[in-house]
Design a protein around this ligand. Sequence first.
Ligand code: IPM
Ligand code: MG
Length: 376
Amino acid sequence: MKTYKIPVIAGDGIGPEVIAEGKKVLEAAGDNYGFNIEWKEYPFGAEHYLATGELISEEALKELSNYDAIYLGSVGDARVPSGVLERGVLFALRFFLDQYINLRPIRLLEGVETPVRDKGPEDIDFVVVRENSEDLYVGVGGRTKRGRVHHDAEVIRNLYSVKFGLDIDSESDEIAYQVGLISAEGTKRVMQYAFNLATKRENHVSSVDKMNAMTDIYSFWREIFTKIAAGYPDVKTEFNLVDAMTMWIVKNPEWFDVVVTPNLFGDIITDLGAMVQGGLGLAPGGNINPEGTSMFEPIHGSAPKYKGLNKSNPIATIWAGAMLLESLGEAQAASGVMRAIEGNLRARKVRTFDIGGSSTTSEVGADITRYIKQSY
Ligand code: IPM
Ligand code: MG
């Protein structure tokens, strides 16, 4: 029987408890569909950082790059200043492993309420392809008081490297600045991915930007989009400004099929998407490097106030697990896991508080496992 070795970073807050359920469900899928999973646990996150001062080492990153897929809970903890774990662990993984796609399905499953009036599962079914390695998430940033400073920074990627030098001569009391970038290489590959995905779906790609205000960076985005679109004459396309996009996602979610977006706007609209699909407890994501190591996680954070309470919804993590199986080529097992999630939700019996139930995290995991065992 085939054995997959899968690194697990359960991380902080509710990460460990939702990952525990995800592992159970994926193991049950392995039993049904004929493969084994050997988990390899990694300790990265707040506890490890507070105990050792280490975020994640280059050695660990290299070791992780030998695997096809990583299962991640979440990082973030009130004892560590905001941004330290996010940048030092999560972004370190995304960037080092060049996971340039952040794939986030926005799908309302049957048995789940959406806050959007009069919309159902047939209306809410699109995929956000979020660029995951550029934009305002990288580049130069800093703060400076009155006077002159010089700031150097580098962005080193597999595809290119860029050196920034910024000369500042400021008469303000203090300024803060952050200069991002998008590259031709990085933009092309995310768009290519989005268009290829659309050809397997409804042949429609919607682009998101803020071209009317940030003209340099996003006119470049549009130019590349137009070039890539020319190679897909059967795919319908349009541009959306991100502010209008937040309106359309609520007003007309049925318009969308594949949405391709720069990193920061993708971060924002996928939390909105998560609400439209019934809540953060149901929203999975994949950080994908199609040629390398991908990483699957619920898009919710570590939710520290629910830590250890066995209350949180494990479905986002289990769904992320289905995406992980799909990326390994276990398509049948992946759809088995999805059918089990759908069975659980449709029955409306065993569910966590966020979607109107009173069951525990582990009861939901056990119920979904039961559906898998019945080959539901
Ligand atoms: C996400 C998260 C992260 C992001 C945070 C934790 C830095 O919000 O994965 O959407 O902004 O990418
Ligand atoms: Mg986010």
